[in-house]
Design a protein around this ligand. Structure first.
Ligand code: NAD
Length: 357
């Protein structure tokens, strides 16, 4: 399996392959950049089809974290870790302890947090063996998904403002793919604001509570092509490929999933079809913003600290407003503009560090 020539390898600072035969742990930790600070990013557990798929995921996700934190104005770098395995069958205390040992051995270059396939309870387990963990209940933190959902809500409204000159959600039709932690919080907020919500999930048990609130349930296979104003992918990455972009009938795509575009080409394909694609790594930064604030305080947030955190998350809408404006001026997809803006942040920090030395 090639690493340096892997399609998603992009000057990553460190890629660690972790194997512990006694527990069956096979994991990869990737630090894309620690230029702005220690690399922070979730620990994902997923039954990847093969090692190359796991490597591709961790390389893409860690790079996305660098860009996400840079644009969210956070002094932290980009990292991610993946455990290859089925969390429902293969996750146990010994495996998490072995993973904690590998994280600890990096001495703080990578700080972990929960992600798909891991929970706040898993982070508490890992924290018994390393201090390089965020998102713990005991730190006043825990599940970051309500903040991610709030950021998506703010970003979705910024996109409506850009496209329609109003961010009023009354009567706006939104199709949400995935009624998990983020998707369900988002659905509730949108329904509260008068939006019509269509939702799909491969796990039907998650849909009933949203149906009770008034959401319309649709088949997972048809969610991307619903005749709606906004499509909110909140399930998995790479859902927008050359084929599926042709099926999208929404004029805005604004969702939480990381790496929604299968390849960079889809940014232009969506723009050519008149679809405003809101860059995922900007709109879904609410969770990492929360993790940062909670880690700074090292305990439960006071009302003032919580209000500062919420204002920071609301800034996602303002940042997107700037990105949309620049994109319109440069006739360029917002995703491309957002990447360029993140690189500007990194360059500026590099210049400042050089003058200080
Ligand atoms: P989750 O696992 O709680 O929810 C995802 C949901 O998607 C699950 O209920 C799953 O059954 C469903 N799903 C999977 N495949 C589907 C399909 N084909 N069609 C419909 N539904 C499908 O995850 P989450 O925490 O809600 O995160 C959602 C997405 O947002 C993920 O891609 C995650 O990486 C990203 N994200 C989450 C956070 C966070 O704070 N949780 C932060 C940033 C990004």
């Amino acid at each position: 399996m090639a690493v340096f020539s892997a399609p998603s390898f992009d000057q990553h600072e460190l890629v660690a392959f972790c194997e512990d035969r006694s527990t069956g742990l096979r994991a990869i930790i990737a630090v894309h950049s620690s230029q702005l600070g220690p690399a922070v990013g979730g620990l994902r557990m997923y039954p990847y089809a093969d090692d190359a798929a796991a490597l591709d995921d961790v390389l893409r996700l860690s790079r996305g974290m660098t860009y996400k934190s840079a644009l969210a104005g956070l002094p932290i770098g980009g990292g991610k870790a993946v455990i290859i395995g089925d969390p429902s069958r293969e996750k146990n205390a010994a495996l998490l302890e072995a993973m904690a040992g590998f994280i600890d051995s990096l001495g703080g270059r990578y700080v972990t947090a929960e992600d798909s396939g891991t929970t706040v309870a898993d982070m508490a387990q890992i924290a018994k063996h390393t201090c390089y963990v965020s998102g713990l209940d005991s730190h006043g933190g825990g599940d970051p998904s309500p903040y991610t959902a709030y950021g998506v809500y703010c970003g979705l409204r910024a996109a409506l403002q850009q496209q329609r000159g109003s961010d009023n959600l009354d009567g706006v039709r939104v199709a949400i793919q995935g009624a998990g932690a983020v998707g369900s919080h988002l659905a509730r907020r949108l329904i509260e604001d008068g939006a019509t919500v269509l939702v799909a999930d491969v796990n039907p048990t998650l849909l009933t509570p949203l149906q009770v609130l008034g959401a319309e349930v649709v088949e997972p296979a048809s969610i991307l092509s619903q005749p709606v104003d906004v499509l909110a992918p909140c399930a998995m990455g790479a859902v927008l490929n050359a084929e599926t972009v042709q099926q999208v009938r929404a004029s805005i795509i604004a969702g939480a999933a990381n790496n929604q575009l299968a390849t960079p080409a889809q940014a232009q394909q969506l723009a050519d079809r008149g679809v405003l694609y809101v860059p995922d790594f900007v709109i879904n930064a609410g969770g990492i913003i929360a993790v940062y604030h909670q880690r700074q305080h090292g305990g439960a947030l006071s009302a003032d600290a919580e209000s500062t955190l919420l204002q920071h998350v609301e800034g996602i809408g303002d940042k997107l407003g700037l990105i949309f404006k620049r994109a319109a001026q440069q006739l360029c997809p917002p995703h491309v503009v957002a990447e360029a803006m993140a690189e500007e942040v990194l360059l500026a920090q590099g210049r400042q560090a050089a003058t200080e030395n």
